[in-house]
Design a protein around this ligand. Sequence first.
Ligand SMILES: Nc1ncnc2c1ncn2[C@@H]1O[C@H](COP(=O)(O)OP(=O)(O)OP(=O)(O)O)[C@@H](O)[C@H]1O
Ligand SMILES: [Mg+2]
Length: 316
Amino acid sequence: MNVIEISGLRKSYSVGFFKKTEKVALKGLSLEVREGEVFGYLGPNGAGKTTTLKLLMGLMFPTGGSAKILGLDIDHPRVRTSVGFLPEQPYFYDYLTASELLEYYAQLSGVPAKERSPRVKKMLGRVGLSDVANTQLRKFSKGMLQRAGIAQAIIHDPKIVFLDEPMSGLDPIGRREVRDLIEELHDEGKTIFFSTHILTDAETLCDRVAVLNKGELRGVGVVADLLSSRGATVEIVWRGTSAIASVETLGGKCHVAAEIVRAVLEKSNLDAAIDAVRRAKAELISVTPVQATLEDFFLERIAQPSETTVPAELSI
Ligand SMILES: Nc1ncnc2c1ncn2[C@@H]1O[C@H](COP(=O)(O)OP(=O)(O)OP(=O)(O)O)[C@@H](O)[C@H]1O
Ligand SMILES: [Mg+2]
């Protein structure tokens, strides 16, 4: 079942003071997200990720198109109670303590009064902030603030959690903690839609990803398929330069450092390349499959000229 359905969503901003011009930030986005999946929304700076999230959260109005969350139009009041949102740069009133902040958000999102206090306690434990429950947010590190931000996004137990760059600015430990939290939410059956340009995080976490560039969707892919379908190349390493010419005729791209040669080539040509190395009496050192990464997919999609944009579900 699709829990998010975006259809031809457009947004343009009016920029300039005396001479207004129109800046198109989102050019007719159509996208679907299924129940229970972790969906990564990827794109370089200025791609339109935050714009999309703000539109979905009803924080700004679209110039065109529409979107539904859980089958309801995004401006339907019932949508708000089913979604949680971590903004890109959350701003919280500095003089509140962590538990006051969560009390406030619990109240805003309609958590009944008698449930609030235990819920806040549980949530602080969950994001690892129990020890600093009564500390003012101005004393929090960036990572702690991010965890408080995630806690406010899930305090009302939403079905869908939207996170705008949840790992940005965090150190490796902080990133790991946020990743673990996303995985836990996934295990509970929640749908997670998060934007990022940290591709390794998307690779570990996401069921599917979409790539956006300059307001246009460039492709949607199932991460597992993407990585396995691209594992068709191998790296072969040997000592001695005599086999280079024959490996190059097999399509191998050779890099030489001192006596060591590394070549990357199609897996189907591997046997012939090993034969060539042996015939040249060179010493074979290693053969390793080249693991495809999400980065390959990302860069390939971003590099395409916009007129060749692939339809959303045609993907990989
Ligand atoms: N309020 C605004 N007024 C004018 N232009 C805007 C406004 N907000 C965003 N834009 C423009 O819209 C485009 C998309 O911006 P958006 O913030 O959605 O990108 P993003 O993908 O979230 O980027 P980042 O990775 O840097 O967060 C950018 O070119 C940006 O300059
Ligand atoms: Mg952004």
